[in-house]
Design a protein around this ligand. Structure first.
Ligand SMILES: C[S@@+](CC[C@H](N)C(=O)[O-])C[C@H]1O[C@@H](n2cnc3c(N)ncnc32)[C@H](O)[C@@H]1O
Length: 218
């Protein structure tokens, strides 16, 4: 299974960077990060686009990703002196280092949250912050209502951003990948975050099929 995820992301890594819903929410995530002389960990850094933005706010960033091709592309496309990239499975990350910020975009649905969250709690410094943007399974009245608003606005935004219909390779790569994605519902996520982190968890549904989570360790 992990081998399939690696192979799929190795293929996706070679596609062009384009505007997507994750990028749409980057400003929201960055607004949660105060300028700091601390350090940050980016879990599932991909090709490093957000990692580079993060590097402007903190002293150093460690970007990790399971996929060797993602890391290779990140080093080529978004390299800064204060970023260190590494091919690294989060499940096997050594826990000696502690972080002021742990950030992750569109990656948490690939992790087992029951083991990942206690590990994150250990990796965070006191007063450290976890900031997560990820996808969830839309289910129930509130989510259906959000869909009704999101779909037309999405069409307009895509036109404004000039996001054209995907080419064959891009469509094929994401189609293959879709079999590897499993999402939790908002309720399941809310339960698991509150179970494994403290009450200082703030989780919010976003319009475009994602949620944002902010947690400050006391
Ligand atoms: C959808 S991509 C998002 C990449 C990047 N965060 C972005 O927003 O463009 C998810 C990334 O998570 C990585 N990933 C998945 N499972 C991982 C794990 N256990 N440890 C580290 N990285 C992982 C994948 O290789 C992939 O690059």
């Amino acid at each position: 299974m992990k081998e399939d995820i690696i192979n799929s992301f190795n293929r996706i890594a070679l596609l062009d960077d384009k505007w997507d819903h994750n990028q749409h929410y980057e400003k929201l995530l960055i607004s949660e990060i105060s300028n700091s002389d601390g350090n940050a960990l980016d879990i599932g850094c991909g090709t490093g686009e957000f990692t580079q933005k993060l590097s402007k706010k903190v002293k150093s960033v460690y970007g990790i990703d399971l996929s060797p091709v993602m890391v290779e592309e990140a080093m080529k496309r978004h390299s800064e002196e204060n970023i260190q990239y590494s091919i690294q499975d989060f499940d096997e990350l050594n826990e000696e280092m502690k972080y002021d910020f742990i950030v992750s975009i569109a990656t948490f649905h690939h992790l087992n949250l029951e083991t990942a969250l206690p590990k994150i709690e250990r990796l965070l410094k006191r007063n450290g912050k976890l900031i997560v943007l990820d996808l969830y399974e839309r289910k129930g009245f509130i989510d259906r209502f959000l869909d009704c608003i999101a779909v037309p606005i999405n069409h307009v935004l895509k036109a404004l951003k000039n996001v054209r219909s995907v080419d064959t390779e891009e469509a094929a790569a994401w189609k293959e990948h879709s079999h590897l994605d499993e999402y939790m519902t908002y309720k399941e996520l809310s339960n698991v975050y509150h179970k494994f982190l403290s009450r200082d968890v703030k989780i919010k549904r976003l319009l475009f099929w994602r949620y944002v989570l902010v947690y400050k360790k006391r």
